[in-house]
Design a protein around this ligand. Structure first.
Ligand code: ADP
Ligand code: TRP
Length: 325
């Protein structure tokens, strides 16, 4: 029985602190506990539904890959690959599409949201979930860690896998399960709303020191004067700090807030220092990878060769069953 973990990562920019704490670090931890090889890939073909500029996509893909590597994903054991470098997935996507009821696909929430809000409503946007099903089923993934917005897509993958298995009376595909973390960590942005690229309220931990400091200084705080006691629980600086700090650091900062005589400037300085100590090495590794595209390429290609081999094996099996041998 497969216990493989697989997830796709959008390549829509430089991952921010919310992405890192809410998705990337938990996924890397999950892979460290996994007994089998885990599959992490950059969904660059999916990004063509919105990003048409080639260089933007390449840059985003490099940033995302460098982030995962800098945060310590073990690529000796697990895979980190570009979806586009294993294009076999598009063949499977076609097969799956022919088993996916149009009526079911047209119920996809994510498509409806996008169709209401975007100017470029292309067919790729509509068939996006089919390619995602192929991403999952091609590698016999058992567990798919995703955010809530992607749960329906994993349901589609379960549905189409069952349909095909039952049609041919054979367990061709593993029926995958989604995994969403129980205590979903929501990282607040500099304005207190959920940190997100779409709100432009994010902290990019890879900024040069001065700019990072400036960003942290722009976190919105109340106008309580320095000398007065402050409520840590309603403060954006404190709420970001506590997600990364050790319990004793959090208690110490809380005590400072409550005692008075401690200003937001000082709290922001603490947060900056915490980010620098927690991510100092990550920052230099990230820059090392981005400044050495050949090394980055080498690491990705190592995974891509393995993924490609597995994809070929699976497709042989699938083609045989469908009569395309
Ligand atoms: P964005 O909102 O910036 O566009 P994405 O939707 O691309 O981010 O999210 C990528 C991953 O990061 C998802 O798994 C999502 O759940 C996680 N994530 C994004 N923002 C946050 C946040 N503020 N707190 C926790 N997790 C987040
Ligand atoms: N659609 C996912 C997202 O927007 C990314 C993704 C593509 C994915 N293929 C996948 C996630 C397969 C999990 C499994 O975040």
């Amino acid at each position: 029985m497969s216990k493989r973990i697989l997830t796709g990562i959008q390549s829509s920019g430089i991952p921010h602190l919310g992405n890192i704490l809410g998705a990337i670090e938990p996924a890397i931890e999950m892979s460290e506990r996994a007994t089998e090889k885990s599959f992490f890939f950059i969904a660059d073909m999916h990004s063509l539904t919105s990003i048409k500029e080639a260089q933007t996509r390449i840059d985003n893909t490099h940033s995302v890959a460098a982030t995962w590597l800098a945060l310590g994903l073990n690529v000796e054991k697990h895979l980190l690959y570009r979806q586009s470098k294993v294009p076999q997935v598009t063949e499977l996507s076609w097969y799956l599409g022919c088993f996916m009821p149009f009526s079911r696909l047209s119920l996809a929430h994510s498509f409806k949201d996008k169709a209401d809000n975007l100017e470029d409503v292309n067919a790729g946007l509509f068939t996006y979930p089919v390619l995602m099903c192929a991403d999952i089923l091609l590698y016999d993934a058992a567990y798919v860690p995703v955010g809530k917005d992607q749960l329906q897509h994993v349901e589609f993958a379960r549905d189409v896998a069952r349909r095909i298995n039952s049609h041919y009376g054979k367990d061709i595909f593993v029926v995958p399960e989604s995994r969403t973390s129980e205590e979903v960590m929501i990282v607040p942005g500099i304005d207190g709303r959920k940190m997100s690229k779409s709100y432009n309220n994010f902290i990019d931990i890879f900024l040069p020191e001065k700019k990072l400091k400036k960003k942290i200084n722009s976190i919105v705080t109340s106008s309580t004067p320095v000398e007065e006691p402050k409520d840590p629980d309603t403060c954006n600086v404190f709420n970001i700090y506590k997600l990364m700090a050790a319990p004793e650091q959090t208690s110490a900062l809380r005590a400072n807030y409550l005692a008075g005589g401690f200003g937001y400037g000082a709290a922001k300085k603490e947060l900056f220092e915490l980010i620098m100590s927690r991510y100092g090495e990550t920052r230099s590794e990230y820059n090392r990878y981005l400044n050495d595209p050949a090394e980055l390429e080498k690491v990705l290609q190592h995974s891509e060769r393995q993924a490609s081999q597995l994809a070929n094996q699976k497709l042989l099996e699938v083609r045989e069953v469908f009569g395309f041998k």
